[in-house]
Design a protein around this ligand. Structure first.
Ligand code: G6P
Length: 615
């Protein structure tokens, strides 16, 4: 299996200095941070050493010899890292003299250049991570100037990217330097004690006085006191604020539910999923994990995409994208069907498995079935190191960060984006012109901003959900690229609000569903201004003629539609093949608001599991 992993943006950092033994506080903090996702964890306590383990924090506890002496230390839970989950890749990382240790949340974008430069200067590296490069840079500076804060700032000046870091030196066992650019750092302040973390969740059980570093700031902390400084070493007068959350509230980032938090993360996820993966001058996508499979992909005659639930619907969009950009015929299968019936495949078939968790039993069973038949397998997986990621031959990670809400939201959007990048890559391998590729890639890069626009109008969607709260049945219709959007929109409503909803091809309305339509059976019509619009409009007219209420998801600027339907949700204009990435967002919000207005636990709907690991 080959995958290329680029982000490290959801890791959890914890650090402590004070008058108590540090290791239990670090372990406890890491446990609270596990909700951010983890594939490995580690701690470093000066004088006692560094301990790391693959797996959960509990695995790390097993690796410890007991409580470590030492009243200061740093710890980390790792998720979606450079390189596979392993103890060498787990944080903390050290410089070549093992004098400086650090934990990092974020991504150093120019780490390859920095690593090559350091290698030329004689540095050797033990891990595949970007963080180790930063540790070496700080270590070099510290050796020269023996001033840890100054060494940290000097090293950070060399890196491009994002970071929240906590750094210690073996010979300054009480002092922690922490700095932030792009990845959050919260500092809990107590008399003579400080606890630093990626968010306030591990802090609030110790103190409610929390200081949040801003980008371009660092802090130096020891039991004697602390100071906050700009990267120009100016002293900043920053006072802590009092946080009143409980732990779960903090984990939700101040949002009432994980589902909303994760929907609001969509623009960032769309950025992270595409980060470093578009080479504009070549009009191409760079998908490191697929490099080993380029020859197979150039020759592939047909593809099968397999997934379950939302991942299956993502696969349906993927089929259209791949067929449009490459001409390769694609068949989409739900895992439970593919693995349980004799499927006829021909020479030159490749299987693509789409799965957020990488653990869904039917998707995994399909991968195994394909391998048994000698079919090459590609994974599109969010959870690094998961079983599907390990068992597929090659793959692409989503970089969506951990998803806690049971009903997939941000991860589904990232699946669509990965499939778009994959289709672009395949297209360029097989004759798609550079100009068309570049145009497509450019539009992918515009999606995060467009997603932000949709989210900024969520109040309107909340109002709509309130107005439609009395209805017990909904029909979602679409065509072409947005037929899967209709399926997924209906699924989302069912999952989190338990309201009956059906997704249907608009062209099939007259073969049945239209019989159900009356004034108490509303329809959500996904009808952007694209090649399907005229036909969608006719379908909506048929529904209106039968007094069915209609909410349209339409393209901004289409004011004429307001005369036809009851309510309109506008999405920004984009290429037809990318419209599902925008059109799904308001439907997720509509389901969310409907669920909460019905008083339901949208994060954990009844009878559902985040990852279905049984047949
Ligand atoms: C469960 C989740 C869905 C998800 C599906 C497939 O049913 O509730 O949101 O789409 O599993 O999960 P996977 O992890 O394979 O993407």
């Amino acid at each position: 299996m080959a995958y290329s992993v680029l982000t490290e943006n959801m890791c959890g950092i914890v650090a402590y200095t004070g008058n108590k033994p540090a290791s239990p506080i670090l372990i406890d903090g890491l446990r609270v941070l596990e909700y951010r996702g983890y594939d490995s964890a580690g701690i470093y306590v000066p004088g006692s050493g560094c301990y790391k383990a693959v797996g959960s924090v509990q695995d790390l506890v097993k690796a410890l010899p007991g409580m470590l002496p030492g009243h200061a230390g740093i710890g980390h839970t790792r998720w979606a890292t450079h390189g596979q989950p392993s103890t060498v890749n787990a944080h903390p990382h050290h410089d070549r003299a093992k004098a400086v240790w650090l934990v990092h949340n974020g991504i150093i974008e120019n780490y390859t250049e920095l690593r090559e430069r350091l290698a030329r200067e004689g540095h050797t590296f033990v891990s595949d991570t970007d963080t180790e490069v930063l540790a070496h840079l700080v270590g070099d500076a510290y050796e020269r100037i023996h001033d840890l804060p100054a060494a940290v700032v000097e090293a950070l000046a060399l890196v491009d990217g994002t970071y929240g870091i906590a750094v210690m030196a073996e010979d300054m066992p009480d002092t922690i330097v922490t700095a932030r650019f792009g990845s959050p750092i919260a500092i809990g302040i107590k008399e003579g004690e400080y606890i630093i973390a990626s968010d306030a969740a591990p802090i609030v059980r110790h103190t409610r006085d929390v200081l949040y570093l801003k980008d371009g700031e660092y802090a130096v902390l020891s039991p004697e006191g602390y100071g906050v400084f700009s990267f120009k070493h100016e002293v900043l007068n920053r006072a802590p604020e009092t946080v009143s959350y409980n732990i779960e509230d903090v984990q939700k980032g101040g949002h009432p539910h994980f589902m909303l938090k994760e929907i609001l993360e969509i623009p960032t996820v769309l950025e992270n999923t595409a980060r470093g993966r578009i080479v504009m001058r070549e009009g191409n996508a760079k998908l490191g994990g697929l490099t080993d499979a380029a020859d197979i992909l150039r020759e592939t005659k047909c593809m099968i995409i397999v997934g379950c639930g939302s991942a299956y619907y993502a696969g349906m969009v993927g089929k259209l994208l791949i067929e449009d950009l490459t001409g390769i015929p694609v068949q989409v299968e739900v895992g439970s069907e593919f693995r349980n019936r004799p499927i006829v495949t021909k020479e030159g078939t490749t299987l693509v498995a789409v799965s957020q968790s990488g653990e869904t039993a039917d998707t995994l069973g399909s991968v195994r079935e394909a391998k048994r038949r000698g079919i090459p397998t590609i994974g599109i997986v969010n959870v690094v190191g998961s079983t599907i990621a390990r068992e597929t031959d090659v793959g692409i990670y989503n970089h969506a960060g951990p998803e806690i809400g049971v009903a997939s939201t941000k991860a589904f959007l990232s699946q669509l984006e990965v499939l778009a990048l994959f289709a672009l890559y395949l297209g360029r391998l097989r004759g798609l012109t550079q100009a068309r590729g570049a145009e497509f890639a450019m539009e992918i890069l515009r999606l995060p901003e467009k997603a932000r626009t949709i989210l900024s109008r969520r109040e309107k969607i909340r109002r709509l959900a309130g107005e439609y709260l009395g209805y017990d049945d909904f029909l979602y219709i679409g065509r072409g690229y947005n037929l899967p959007t209709a399926y997924e929109g209906a699924l989302k409503l069912k999952e989190v609000s338990y309201v009956h909803a059906e997704g249907y091809g608009a062209g099939e309305m007259k073969h049945g569903p239209i019989a159900m339509i009356d004034e108490v059976f509303p329809t959500v019509a996904i009808m952007p201004s694209d090649s399907t619009y005229a036909k969608m409009r006719s379908n909506v007219e048929e529904i209106r003629a039968r007094n069915g209420p209609v909410i349209a998801v339409a393209t901004e600027g289409n004011t004429a539609i307001q005369d036809l339907v009851d309510d309109v949700i506008y999405i920004p204009d984009t290429k037809e093949c990318l419209t599902p990435i925008l059109a799904n967002i308001p439907l997720q919000l509509f389901a969310y608001y409907t669920g909460i207005m019905r008083g339901l636990n949208v994060d954990r709907p009844r009878n559902l599991a985040k990852s279905v690991t049984v047949e």
